[in-house]
Write a protein that binds this ligand. Structure first.
Ligand SMILES: Cc1cc2nc3c(=O)[nH]c(=O)nc-3n(C[C@H](O)[C@H](O)[C@H](O)COP(=O)(O)O)c2cc1C
Length: 363
């Protein structure tokens, strides 16, 4: 049920599928006989030097993919010198991750109706020394994901015939989970009045995503968070301009990995248009459908300054914990490095549209 939670889009999954497929229409411009030694993938993102232009996306309930999953993914990112983003809907709490890592991580915020909880959550992110706050704007209402309905997905999972069958087929997962630090939403449980047990937690969470959220609320957040602010879920150049006006330091061109508006365009197909509009004012980041270092290089060529992966690291985490995430990151690093060289570039920050054989998405 946790694999199916990750491996799905909303409704027909058409946007999820096109996020991946549209990368195939982009072709590199191959160059030869250039000095390809002394290559560097280092970049400066939001004032922070990182080892490649890649970060880990915020992913809900990683701690049910693998025991203490958020802590392990954060450790893998730390080891590879790239940012980890902790989801509001994580199993391990902000404090759990901070206690078990040594570098600052980024925190992703879902705006919820309970503003006093939001106030406290932002303060907790500050106290944990988080170096950026990422506000997700594309989940005021929730897209329907058929797998999760069929599996009756909850954290922790309910015990019924379906889940018992799934547990029996994964005995190692069950044994490991019994030793895990936490099994429910660590950022919420114990931090909200009247949420003291699992059933009150479930109904509180379901009711909390705030459909009234507008750009004014970004001002409310800005008053409480003076650090780096990333706005996630931008798919339109007009919204990108509004994000600049709202005081963001970066936007993420993202459609939530195809899990929200089914029928929205792929992220890669709108990236260059949005980047051209605002890249001189704020950093343009990108996620959705990246499955290789070649995909990272394509996104950089079309105007992204930083990219993110969601599912590729979640699959590594589910299979092998921290080692699996590290392996996924090593694979992407190597593919990016070699493909960049074959395009005749040695410095990743110089990659641009000149490295492509045209822009298939230019209108
Ligand atoms: C299983 C899963 C859980 C997610 N949970 C969150 C979340 O809690 N907060 C958020 O802002 N985005 C969430 N996302 C969206 C990701 O942050 C990211 O936008 C998306 O995964 C990128 O696409 P990719 O998986 O194709 O790399 C989730 C995505 C997946 C697959």
């Amino acid at each position: 049920m946790f694999f199916e939670y990750a491996d799905t889009g909303s409704w027909t999954s058409s946007t999820y599928i096109s996020n991946e497929n549209d990368f195939k229409n982009i072709k590199f411009r191959q160059r030869v006989a250039r000095d390809m030694s002394n290559r560097s993938l280092d970049v400066n993102i939001l004032g922070q030097k990182i080892n490649m232009p890649l970060a880990l996306s915020p992913i809900g309930i990683c701690g049910l993919q693998y025991p203490n999953g958020e802590i392990l993914a954060a450790k893998a990112a730390e080891k590879k010198g790239i940012p980890f983003t902790l989801s509001t809907m994580s199993i391990c709490s902000i404090e759990d991750v901070a206690e078990n890592t040594s570098k600052p991580f980024w925190f992703q915020l879902y705006m919820m109706k309970d503003r006093s909880f939001m106030d406290k959550l932002i303060k907790r992110a500050k106290d944990a020394n988080c170096s950026a706050l990422m506000v997700t704007l594309d989940l005021q209402v929730m897209g329907q994901r058929h797998n999760d309905i069929r599996n009756n997905l909850e954290a922790p999972p309910k015990i019924n015939l379906n889940t018992i069958q799934q547990f029996i087929s994964k005995p190692k997962w069950c044994l490991d989970m019994l030793k895990a630090k936490r099994l429910n939403f660590g950022n919420i449980m114990g931090h909200v009045n009247n949420v003291t047990n699992l059933s009150s937690l479930a109904s509180w969470t379901a009711d909390q995503f705030d459909p009234t959220l507008t750009w004014n609320d970004i001002g409310w957040i800005r008053d409480r968070w003076q650090g780096k602010l990333i706005l996630k879920g931008i798919m339109d150049k007009d919204d990108a301009k509004l994000a600049v006006n709202a005081g963001a330091n970066a936007i993420i061109v993202s459609n939530h990995g195809g899990r929200q508006l089914d029928g929205a365009p792929s992220t890669i197909s709108v990236l260059s248009e949005i980047s051209e509009e605002v890249k001189n004012k704020i950093e343009v980041h990108f996620d959705g459908g990246i499955r290789s270092g070649q995909d990272v290089l394509k996104a950089l060529s079309l105007g992204a300054k930083c990219t993110y992966v969601g599912r590729p690291y979640v699959y590594g985490l589910g299979a092998k914990g921290q080692e699996g995430v590290e392996l996924a990151l090593d694979i992407i690093y190597k593919e990016l490095d070699l493909s960049m060289a074959m395009c005749g570039e040695t410095d990743v920050s110089k990659v641009g549209i000149h490295n492509l054989n045209g822009n298939p998405f230019k209108k």
